[in-house]
Structures are given as C-alpha cells and as structure tokens.
Design a protein around this ligand. Structure first.
Ligand code: FES
Length: 313
C-alpha cells in the first residue's frame, strides 16, 4: 500500500451550495511532495472510503494541498462524509500526489471543464498562465450559483475564459463544434460529467488521438446491474444483515454501526480481508490466492453467489 501522509484540515470554505474547498497542511511540518497541474491526491475520507481529488494549485514546493469536493448525495458516502464530518483542525490521511492527466508540451491548449471537473482544469490554467502559454478555457456549469472559482478564473484568464451556463436545460448545452471542426495543433484537456466527455470524444474523433486528453475518475464496477440482495451472518456479533443489491457487504456492515477496516474499496489492497466461516462466495477481488478463497472474503467487493454468507465478525 502507498505510504500515507498525515494532514491537518487548515481551512474549509464553501465555493457553492454543493462544493466545499478543503485546505490540508502537513501535520508533521515535513515538506510536501510537488504537485504538477492535473495531479490528484487520494484522501481517506471520514467514511473510511478512499477518494481521488484533483489538486487546485500546482506547486513545486507546496505548503499545503487544496481540493474541492462536491457533495454527491447518490454517491457511496465519501463526499458526504467530507462535507458532514470534517471540521478545521481535524486530521486526515492522504496518499501523495499522482498525475494521470499531465500537460504536454503543446503549441496551444483548449481546456474544457464541466461542473466539479474544473478542479484539474483550474490548476492547468494557472500553470499555463504562469508559463505564458496560449490557452482557451471553456467552463460549463448550470448557473452562476453552481460555479466554483468563477471570479478567480475571470481574473486569471480574462478573455481566454468562456463561461457557459445551461440552466440544466439540455437544449442550452454549449456547442463545441466550432472548436473541433478543423483538427488543430493544440491539445485538448477535458474533465467533467460523462455527457460532456462523451460529447467531446464524439466531436474530436477526426483529431489525432494524442491531442485529446480526458480525466476520468472511473469508479470500479463494484456493483453490477444484475447483483442481488443476500444475507450475511456475523458470527461474533450475533447479527444477521441483508446486503441490498446496490450496496456492498462492507457498506452494509458499516451502516449497521459495526467498525470495519478498508482502504481501496475496490478489491485490490487486502485491508478488508475477513475470515469466511461458510458460504458460496462470488470472489471479485484481485488479492486472494486460489487456496485462500475457501476461508477468506474481501468484503468491499465480493458477494454471495447463492445463499447466506457467515463471517467471522
Ligand atoms: S478495502 Fe481494499 S481490498 Fe477491500
């Protein structure tokens, strides 16, 4: 597992009704690793779930890390717990920055953001502006009230910024065609909701593939469409819980107020390994060896094939 850094929540502010900004500083006072434009950190949220958030400010010698988190009521609890449970002065653990969305050395840049997708794009705009490189930024949101960093972006980008509000009406979505009609030499960086990224993918099909970059925080497919509810019996706690079709065993146990350990919540780290007393498990993790599957289950991702599962919890 990647080594975690203990951070302290140095500041929280509301950017919109749904988006909060968190400034995290190092608890030990040790220098923080550098973060290029487009980098993200992975945060251990108060719910225990690990979530990736883009860093708002690029820096070679960061004094702190700033992230912005949208409250997603339909999500699996990570963003909700960040909004509801974190207060200034709390400590929180993160994994150091990584960058799967780094800027290339292009002649020009077209940055496209939708909603909370502005976070890596804002960082890129700061970096390009500081380096005096030509760029355009198109930022689509529902309305001014839903727009994080609108004022700061106007000051930073001036005429290079196009701010578009669609009021949530499909008929009002921004028309990108003029930007894509003729393949250019610029590189396009896009981050936002899947409809926006699908649109940009479709419009840029005739562009060189290497010029188009997307940041997709893809959720691992933990719940599948045909998943069914089943029961888990917790032998030590003497409890029986029903795992709904759209929840994991881990989430169900956590919801019941029983302490759990987890990290990746996608079947890759091994933290949630639980002893299986009996049951027919659909093992979906990447951790267990064949010979371990009879007596172990990764409760963040695996489910019952048939019948109940009895766990040593
Ligand atoms: S939490 Fe990582 S494998 Fe379950």
């Amino acid at each position: 597992m990647t080594e975690r850094i203990e951070m302290s929540v140095a500041g929280i502010r509301d950017l919109t009704n749904e988006i909060k900004e968190f400034r995290l500083s190092s608890l030990s006072g040790m220098p923080l690793p550098a973060a290029d434009a487009g980098a993200h950190i992975t945060v251990e949220t108060p719910s225990g779930a690990m979530r990736r958030y883009s860093l708002i400010h690029p820096s070679e010698k960061p004094e702190d890390y700033t992230i912005a988190v949208k409250r997603e009521p339909d999500s699996r609890g990570g963003s909700l717990s960040m909004h509801a449970e974190l207060t200034e002065g709390d400590s929180i653990r993160i994994e150091p920055p990584q960058n799967d969305f780094a800027l290339t050395n292009a002649e020009g840049f077209l940055l496209i953001a939708g909603g909370i997708g502005i976070t890596p794009i804002y960082s890129m705009a700061q970096s390009l502006s500081a380096a005096n490189k030509p760029f355009q930024l198109i930022y689509c949101t529902r309305s001014p009230a839903h727009t994080a960093y609108g004022k700061a972006l106007k000051e930073l980008c001036g005429e290079a910024l196009t701010l578009h509000h669609d009021q949530g009406e499909p008929a009002n979505v921004y028309d990108f065609w003029d930007h894509f009609e003729k393949p250019g030499r610029e590189h396009v960086y896009c981050c936002g909701p899947s409809q926006l990224m699908d649109e940009v993918k479709a419009l840029s099909g005739h562009w060189p593939e290497e010029n188009i970059h997307f940041e997709e925080f893809k959720a691992v497919e933990i719940i599948r469409e045909d998943d069914q509810p089943f029961d888990v019996i917790l032998e030590q706690s003497n409890r029986k819980l029903t795992v709904p079709a759209d929840r994991t065993i881990l989430e169900t146990i956590r919801d019941a107020g029983i302490p759990t350990k987890s990290s990746c919540e996608s079947g890759t780290c091994g933290t949630c390994r639980t002893r299986l007393v009996s049951g027919d498990v659909d093992h979906r993790d990447m951790v267990l060896m064949e010979e371990e599957k009879e007596n172990n289950v990764m409760i963040c991702i695996s489910r019952a094939k048939t019948g109940d599962l009895i766990l040593d919890l």
